[in-house]
Design a protein. Sequence first.
Length: 145
Amino acid sequence: MRNGDKLIGLVEQAACSINMLSPTELSDVESLQTILDQINHTIADISDGPTQLLEQAQSTTSDAVEVLQKMLQQEAEDTAQSIEAVSQAVCALQGLIDEITQANTVLEPGLAAQDSVADAETTPQQATLIPEEDVPYNTPQKLGA
């Protein structure tokens, strides 16, 4: 999953933005909405993930965007409850993205094996050689000598 790292980063950004979200500061709400829109587009671009999880993540993101849109248009009945709903959506997204990433790891074991082979090829491994003069020489000793 090529967009996996990007998606993880965006979800982390959204989680950080939730902590700074204030019902009175609309620029923070707009910023979070932009991040969630990017998440939605990134999910839409993923073609090699588990379809059900991707759809669930996209639905969760869309619902959160709708709540933020209501806040921006000052149509939210209870802004504190709206912020809580968005916070829960972002937490759910974190779990879904983790599941998607794990599912892709299981679905693509050949890639993981190729990566480890590539890592082994690019990482020089040196054999540890001990010079002969540094090898401890054990001679049997007589007891009581």
